[in-house]
Design a protein around this ligand. Structure first.
Ligand code: TYM
Length: 326
């Protein structure tokens, strides 16, 4: 059985990109793999976020995971801040990474751009992400396309550490889906759908009502032609809608195009598919939101199981690098 690890930040509402690029596959993988899923609250602190919002978003994200079908009896679901080994290993890996390679991360450059105050954790964040993955002897990391560079770094750090201090870490593979790995903003289809930069009209939240979903798809930006064709370079808006429809139905975006007569029909089909996908999630989410005790209990159990795996890996890394045991 492959060990799988992945994480999602609790920095706002989860959106369609998170669902199609990551969460949907977390649910599939828990059936066949030894899966660890983490709500990475420490990562959310790299940008300004109020304590109340962080607290609420962490609980809400956990409830959405459960509502989407993550089953704590089939996988380990936990909050990063409950397992102190993450930050402890991150320090050892910061002593393995270089300043130059962290500065080259495109997400760092994008997120730092235009801010007067950049938290130093925004620079070192990919190292904490590497610690997340390496602590669990992870074989496979299911993620969307925007995490590719961070996972290359994770692999490089694991290899560098192993080479310098002896074999300590498993070097993980990434699993990026062919369809749905980069869902674009509905209003600006050349930019990815994103919690931090998309407008409410450009983003479909997991908590949107069917009427909101329908309205957002109806207003999605397309182009001035009329032909429905899959061509991400020249027709980014139409191609994004085809990609969403394909990812929701497990189909191929180029193959769907000839069967759709107009942009209006495409928008309606994409809206219907997403409404159908999200309806059961919304329903279960409403039940769980009224029962925070169940969510908290699942997270407590998850943290214990996670720590049982993380602690020996940290210990191994500490001994390898030359720290004394107590
Ligand atoms: P985050 O919270 O930004 O996103 C969570 C997951 O959703 C995917 N995703 C998308 N997929 C398709 N289209 C989009 N528009 C889209 N936007 C986001 C992301 O690729 C991701 O898989 N650093 C990570 C969280 C993290 C992590 C980890 C992931 C922390 N430690 C260890 C894997 C392993 C992040 O900020 O993802």
């Amino acid at each position: 059985m492959a060990r799988v690890f992945s994480g999602i930040q609790p920095s706002g509402t989860l959106h369609l990109g998170n669902y199609l690029g990551a969460l949907q596959r977390f649910v599939q993988r828990q059936e066949v793999d030894d899966a660890y899923y983490c709500i990475v609250d420490l990562h959310a602190l790299t940008l300004e976020i109020s304590p109340e919002v962080l607290r609420q978003a962490t609980i809400d994200t956990a409830a959405l995971f459960l509502a989407a079908g993550i089953d704590p009896d089939r996988c380990v679901l936990f909050v990063q801040g409950h397992v102190p080994e993450h930050t402890q290993l991150a320090w050892l890996l910061e002593c393995t990474a270089s300043y130059g390679e962290l500065q080259r991360m495109t997400q760092f450059k994008d997120k730092a751009q235009g801010r007067d105050q950049v938290r130093s954790s925004l620079l070192t964040y990919p190292v904490l992400m590497a610690a997340d993955v390496l602590l669990y002897d992870t074989n496979i990391v299911p993620v969307g396309d925007d995490q590719r560079q961070h996972l290359e770094l994770t692999r490089n750090l694991a290899e560098r550490f192993n080479h310098r201090y002896g074999k300590t870490f498993v070097v993980p593979e990434m699993d990026i889906p062919e369809i749905g790995a980069r869902i674009m903003d509905l209003q600006v289809p050349t930019k990815k759908m994103s919690k931090s930069t998309s407008s409410p009209q450009g983003l479909i939240a997991l908590s949107d009502t069917p009427a909101e979903i329908e309205r957002k798809f109806r207003r999605a930006v397309t182009d001035s032609e009329t032909e429905v064709r899959y061509d991400p370079e020249h027709k980014p808006g139409v191609s994004n809608l085809l990609e969403i429809l394909a990812a929701a139905n497990g189909a191929d975006p180029a193959g769907l195009a000839p069967g759709i007569a107009s942009y209006g029909e495409l928008k309606q089909a994409a809206a219907d598919a997403v409404i159908e996908l999200f309806a059961p999630v919304r329903e279960r989410y409403a039940e769980l939101a009224a029962d925070p005790g169940t969510v908290a209990a699942a997270l407590r159990k998850g943290a214990e199981k996670a720590e049982a795996i993380a602690a020996p890996t940290l210990e191994r890394a500490q001994r390898a690098i030359g720290l004394l045991s107590t």
